[in-house]
Design a protein. Structure first.
Length: 73
């Protein structure tokens, strides 16, 4: 096997836009900037918005429900 072919694996700090700092290891030498993390992502914080799927289905049926409703003789 070849010697010294792998990059250096260093400890870095990944900083989120909310201010949360996550310590991790990477071949990236510079500090990492994140947009979202588990502290501010809507899915993990419970602030996730649910879509009104029922209203959309009713709207679709009201528009296109009559198509195909007539019977062929």
């Amino acid at each position: 096997m070849k010697a010294d072919i792998h990059p250096v694996y260093e400890a870095i700090d990944a900083t989120c836009s909310c201010g949360n700092v996550i310590k991790t290891r990477s071949t990236l030498a510079a500090p990492l900037s994140l947009d979202v993390c588990n502290e501010c992502h809507p899915f993990y914080t419970g602030k996730q918005k649910t879509l009104d799927v029922g209203g959309r289905v009713d709207k679709f049926k009201s528009r296109f429900g009559a198509f195909g409703a007539t019977k062929v003789k």
